[in-house]
Design a protein around this ligand. Structure first.
Ligand code: PAF
Length: 306
């Protein structure tokens, strides 16, 4: 049976509800405990989103549900991470459908604050800086984007952590936004946030298209055209397995994407996924990263090449 999650819009109410739900979960765990095994602490799973939930989010939410006693999903379109001329105003706002998807996954609370609730004094004067890693790739095309992401994620953690108290908080981020994931992990380490970041592999449609809320902007024809991104990454993976990472040349792959009908390449690169710099001899993993415009819609994708 699915139940609708409670939609909470205020920070204060969210904190009260989370505190109470974790306490109730603890009572149940204590009641189930046997004499020889001490009960574990109940845990909070947090999935930050901007709504327009799709199967990629559903995967994050399912993982949070499996691993935690209480689950909060935030639905907040964070103005700080959109640049001038980006799609903040037309970003899909689908709270009812989001609540239905969250209900199917048995989420306890949706936190859907207004912009005024999150930023009561207007744009915050003090922001988290994403540093050098925040200026590469997505950060180069979208200056300030990652400062905005980290500022809001930092706020979410600061809202939830005191409510959770001694209970562990696990926060779920998708590998689709690989640079965001790496930066959030960096922030947690640099700021000593006592939140565990769980990275969840990305979900693709059967044809290979990576799920994204922005896929909603694509026509059927553009969805077909967008497949060149995942197909090129898959081809690169095959080539890298065969040839190894040394002196690997991306020019043919770049040309393949840029010359595809309806597609304009922004970047195609290989990076070490922890630094987002070119892989070195010490890199144990190599990530292929791509961003391209399909029509007016900018899509990103990535794949572990090694
Ligand atoms: O990945 C997203 O949807 C957003 O960047 C996040 C993490 C919810 C912050 O607004």
């Amino acid at each position: 049976m699915t139940t609708s999650p409670h939609i909470v819009t205020s920070v204060d109410e969210l904190q009260k509800k989370v505190r109470k739900a974790l306490k109730q979960a603890q009572v149940q765990l204590n009641a189930q405990a046997t004499d020889d095994a001490r009960p574990r602490h109940s845990t909070l799973g947090f999935v930050p989103t901007m709504g327009a939930l799709h199967d990629g989010h559903a995967q994050l939410i399912r993982r949070a549900r499996e691993q935690n006693d209480v689950v909060v999903v935030s639905v907040f379109i964070n103005p700080l991470q959109f640049g001038p001329g980006e799609d903040f105003d037309r970003y899909p706002r689908t709270l009812e459908a989001d609540a239905a998807l969250a209900g199917e996954a048995d989420v306890d609370f949706i936190f859907a604050p207004t912009v005024e609730e999150m930023y009561p004094d207007g744009e915050p004067a003090v922001r988290v800086s994403a540093g050098e890693m925040g200026t590469f790739f997505e950060g180069a095309t979208r200056p300030g984007h990652f400062d905005g992401v980290l500022t809001v994620v930092n706020k979410f953690f600061n809202i939830l952590k005191p409510a959770a108290g001694r209970h562990l908080v696990n926060a779920y981020f998708g590998q689709k936004d690989a640079q965001q994931l790496a930066l959030v992990q960096r922030m947690v380490a640099d700021f000593n946030h006592s939140v565990t970041i769980k990275s969840v592999s990305m979900v693709r449609e059967d044809n290979g298209l990576a799920y994204s809320s922005r896929n909603q902007y694509l026509s059927d024809e553009q969805r077909e055209q967008a497949l060149v991104l995942s197909r090129t990454l898959a081809l690169l993976r095959e080539q890298m397995i065969a040839k190894g990472p040394e002196n690997f040349d991306l020019s043919a792959a770049r040309e393949r994407i840029d010359s595809a009908e309806g597609v304009r390449l922004d970047y195609l690169e290989m990076v070490d996924p922890t630094t987002f710099k070119a892989p070195t001899a010490d890199s144990t993993r190599v990530l292929g990263l791509v961003a391209a415009y399909v029509g007016e819609t900018r899509l990103i994708d990535n794949m572990e090449l090694l």
